[in-house]
Ligand binder design. Structure first.
Ligand code: ADP
Ligand code: MG
Length: 399
């Protein structure tokens, strides 16, 4: 089993220590925002669909102080305790599309979108420390943006951590930052999960209008646990494939005369109107996946966990066969988990590597985790990291 997420105390200590090491003084404030895992509703966000993420106990911590000039100095340990911290120094006006590269674009990006929105972000010193696995499909990018976004907005005197409307505004600004400054396409689920979730709940997010519903998710009470299986695989085709799936959905929507695939009510007649076999499979995934989100919510509310598990399995098959975004590492993990008694398992996140999840009876946790590890070994795959998680709270100030 992987190491547990940092406690808030450990996160605070790590961020403060990084700040002290870089700037030889104590930070004014420390903020943290979580990574996420999506229970169901994959590749639906950019189709105006539904998804159901939870916030992870894994958070990115940002210690920050206001400066009196327009300098921004940032340091990160890049989640790897053995590597030397990396630094970025520039001015507020350097932070713009094309002006910042690599990790610093993710960290600084929200300063740009906040300033565009009229929020007077000041010069800032900040230090980043995180226990969110990077590039594991658990959204370390949104955890970082949302944590710096909270810190920048607070140092500007208008912390966007109040009601859900403020948090939704910051989530949008973080999406804009990731799209424009980091140049990464992202659909909006990750930032909403990092900022708008509630502990002990999954977030039912309607990506058409940004509305949310908090869905109570007390797995422990049901005698269950959620395993997150980080396959530690990442296949390089990812970016092109993501864009290709998005375009395919847009083209199919155009052919069907709808703005987004969310509007497809009659799947059979929509499929009959598409002349391309691949387009038909892409549309079938999106439309059935949106329905599965509603069915999982109903199942969770009725305490009907076998049904929830079955829907997770169906989601995996749909992503694997119709949407074609799975890979050997994810398929092996899912099959091993289900074979060892998981109620359900599926790939989660964009695909082509990253993580899978499994819904498991508490007594079966070790057995399922062992089965997943030995299945990877027997297929000559990298050994996954298995985390046991419960829905944590959203980004907030910790000190
Ligand atoms: P994911 O969001 O699934 O983890 P992404 O590719 O979207 O994967 O984002 C990962 C990128 O985010 C990293 O390559 C890095 O640039 C940036 N990042 C995430 N966490 C940190 C961190 N703690 N410090 C610096 N950069 C980070
Ligand atoms: Mg990301």
């Amino acid at each position: 089993m992987a190491e547990a997420a940092w406690t808030p105390e450990e996160g605070l200590d790590a961020a403060r220590a990084a700040f002290r090491a870089a700037f030889s003084t104590e930070p004014d404030e420390v903020w943290a925002s979580p990574g996420r895992v999506n229970l169901i509703g994959e590749h639906t966000d950019y189709n105006g669909g539904l998804c159901l993420p939870i916030a992870l106990p894994h958070r990115t911590y940002v210690a920050a102080s206001r400066r009196d000039d327009d300098q921004v100095r940032m340091t990160t340990t890049l989640a790897d305790a053995d590597s030397r911290p990396e630094q970025w120094t520039g001015t507020l006006s350097d932070i713009r599309p094309g002006g910042v590269e690599g990790w610093a674009a993710y960290a600084a990006g929200p300063a740009w979108s906040l300033r565009n929105a009229g929020i007077a972000v000041p010069g800032t010193d900040l230090a980043i420390a995180s226990c969110v696995p990077l590039g594991a499909g658990l959204s370390s990018s949104a955890a970082l943006e949302c944590a710096t976004g909270l810190a920048f907005s607070s140092l500007a005197g208008t912390p966007l951590d109040g009601d859900d409307a403020q948090r939704a505004q910051l989530a949008e600004l973080c999406v804009e930052a990731e799209n424009e400054v980091a140049g990464a396409p992202t659909g909006g689920m990750d930032q909403a999960a990092s900022l708008r979730t509630r502990a002990g709940h999954a977030l039912l997010l309607d990506c058409l209008d940004g509305s949310i519903r908090q869905v109570p998710l007390d797995l422990e009470h049901a005698g269950l646990r959620l395993l997150v299986i980080d396959t530690r695989a990442s296949h390089s085709l990812t970016d092109g494939q993501y864009g290709e799936r998005r375009s395919a959905c847009e083209a199919a929507a155009a052919q069907l005369g709808v703005v987004t695939l969310r509007e497809v009510n009659d799947l059979d007649s929509a499929l009959a109107r598409l002349d391309d076999e691949v387009a038909r499979r892409r549309v079938r995934h999106v439309v059935t996946e949106i329905q599965r989100v509603l069915d999982v919510v109903a199942g969770a509310e009725a305490d009907d966990w076998p049904t929830v598990g079955g829907l997770m399995n169906a989601s995996h098959v749909s992503l694997r066969d119709d949407y074609e975004v799975s890979c050997i590492e994810l398929d092996v993990a899912v099959e091993a988990a289900v074979g060892a008694g998981a109620l359900g398992a599926r790939m989660t996140g964009g695909g082509f590597g990253g993580s899978a999840i499994a819904l498991v009876r508490t007594d079966d946790v070790d057995r399922v985790a062992d089965a997943v590890l030995s299945a990877a070994t027997s297929h000559d795959l990298v050994e996954p990291e298995v985390h046991v998680v419960a829905p944590a709270g959203p980004g907030q100030r910790f000190a």
